[in-house]
Design a protein around this ligand. Structure first.
Ligand code: XMP
Length: 514
């Protein structure tokens, strides 16, 4: 039986991966192709449906990203979104013009619930609009099925030809019933059964990796973070020992983390691969001795990583592929859409390593969002502890220690952080707080313990909730939990006599504590 596939045609819009993600959420497999892809190739794939995305062009201008009329004559249901909707009208004989009023943001839309697109959608619903052109005349055979105060055609359909056009963006969460609309299209109009699951992604990726890599060698820098771990798991399942993972323990990881990564990926673990652990702790501490300025610390940690990785890469020799755990939000952050795809340099590595002798980059998670990466990780059998790890910066505890970094300070912050995390988990708060960790201030002060005077460090506890990591609010942790953490840290961690709770939001603070 043919695999059920929906093809998303990319016209360069900013939400294209989001469209794909929403389709996957309907348990329907989809792939994104550039608008330049040959129609014959698309036809060959025999998709159940085609979605045309938004894009920056004006379809009536010279040089616009276009598609052929035949695309709409294949008998395959087509849904045009935003620019895709305008293009459908333009190509089929309607008219698209500059709108007298540019619509942007949340907009009330009145929809015709008799349209199959809007089954179960509230008649007056909020949608996300972002357009400067509008459909001023429908193409022959089309019927208007949604409108707004400023936009006479917010959606249109030609049921006989299975063609649908939506001016707004159902893929964006601000469109309250957007997921329902996409569900209506892929499941009801295209008739997809919805039997696709994340395990299919894993299987398909394994197949694709095997095809691409052939008998070649692959090198991956494994940090132990979610993304590189899932990439390692996937590659290992696909090509086994053709994969070498280099894991640099810079001595700035959380307590026991190096051993935990080794237990999963090292020999005796569940994955078949060459695992190289480099214990570079002393080397890092040596380079960081006496350095107090935060940016200098970051720079040294980054440079040292390159040196260590370079040395290991030289030992391994030429490889065919350099693998990276880039995920979709990384691609977006670097301002790269599918239509303008360039390879992203890992922000912790500081540029593509030209010292590694490789032929090509391989990024098996490039199209996935974080929660999808996690699902894939669980599918691969990577332990939950690793899969649900909170964000941990590349420079590690190096940016959670104020002032000079020493082995002693690393020990203090590791121990305090382990207690903090344990108590947060015990209190059942670990899944609700965005990011939380202990940091070490550079302040020592007088205290008294037993009958003795102490002169020790103050630990800072941080806990924030954030949607996008650009801004953050502090998380409210019950007093008794904080009290418990405080007393355990003071009692169990040598060298600490005070515990502070950081109340600062971002801005003005940052999430990290450096
Ligand atoms: P800030 O401190 O800038 O942190 O508010 C925002 C988010 O980014 C993480 N972060 C980093 N992640 N390498 C990383 O991989 C880094 O150098 C780095 N610096 C900050 C931080 O943990 C938070 O989630």
């Amino acid at each position: 039986m043919d695999k059920e596939l929906v093809v998303v045609i990319d016209f360069g819009g900013q939400y294209n991966q989001l469209v794909a993600r929403r389709v996957r959420e309907c348990n329907v497999y989809c792939e994104i192709y550039s608008y330049k892809t040959d129609l014959a190739k698309i036809k060959e794939m025999n998709p159940r449906g085609i979605i045309l995305t938004g894009g920056p062009s004006s379809c009536y201008e010279e040089g616009a990203a276009l598609c052929s009329k035949e695309l709409f004559e294949l008998g395959i249901p087509v849904l045009g979104l935003c620019y895709g909707a305008q293009l459908m009208m333009h190509v089929l004989g309607g008219r698209v013009e500059k709108a007298p009023v540019r619509e942007y943001g949340k907009t009330e839309v009145h929809v015709d619930t008799n349209s199959a697109l809007f089954t179960d959608v509230t008649p007056d619903t909020v949608c996300w609009m972002s357009h400067f052109d509008y459909i001023s005349a429908l193409a022959p055979g089309f019927k208007m099925v949604a409108s707004t105060a400023d936009c006479p055609v917010a959606a249109a359909e030609c049921v006989e030809r299975k063609l649908y056009a939506i001016q707004f963006h159902p893929e964006v969460l601000h469109t309250v019933d957007g997921s329902k609309m996409l569900y209506n299209f892929v499941r009801n109009i295209c008739g997809c059964s919805g039997d696709w699951r994340m395990d299919s992604f894993v299987e398909e990726s394994i197949k694709a990796i095997r095809e691409k890599v052939g008998g070649g060698k692959v090198l991956l820098a494994l940090s132990g973070g979610v993304d590189s771990s899932v990439a390692a798991g996937l590659l290992s399942r696909a090509i086994g020992k053709q994969l070498t993972c280099v894991f640099v323990d810079h001595g700035l990881l959380r307590k026991n983390e190096g051993d935990e990564v080794e237990a999963v990926f090292g020999s005796g673990g569940q994955f078949d691969l060459n695992f190289v652990r480099v214990n570079a702790q002393e080397r890092y501490y040596g380079r960081l001795a006496g350095v107090t300025e935060p940016e200098s610390k970051r720079k040294i940690i980054g440079e040292e990583f390159i040196r260590v990785f370079e040395e290991e890469a030289k030992k391994i020799g030429a490889v065919d592929f350099l693998a990276q755990g880039t995920i979709y939000p990384d691609v977006v952050e670097s301002g790269l859409g599918g239509e303008s795809a360039v390879i992203k340099s890992h922000h912790n590595v500081g540029g593509l390593p030209d010292y590694v002798d490789f032929r090509e980059i391989i990024e098996p998670l490039r199209n996935l969002f974080k929660d999808e990466v996690r699902k894939a990780g669980l599918e691969l059998g990577i332990p939950e502890k690793l899969v649900f790890r909170q964000p941990f910066p590349g420079p590690g505890l190096g940016i959670r220690i104020i002032g000079e970094i020493t082995a002693e300070k690393v020990r203090i912050v590791q121990d305090a952080d382990a207690i903090y995390r344990e108590e947060i988990a015990k209190a059942g708060l670990d899944k609700t707080i965005g990011q939380y960790f202990a940091a070490l201030t550079n302040m020592r002060s007088v205290g008294v313990m037993g009958d003795e005077r102490t002169y020790d460090y103050a630990v800072a506890l941080r806990a924030v909730n954030t949607v996008d990591f650009m801004t953050a609010e502090i998380a409210e942790i019950p007093y008794e939990v904080l009290q418990k953490v405080m007393s355990r840290i003071i009692n169990e961690v040598r060298g600490v006599n005070r515990v502070f709770y950081d109340l600062t939001s971002k801005p003005p603070g940052t999430i990290e504590f450096e």
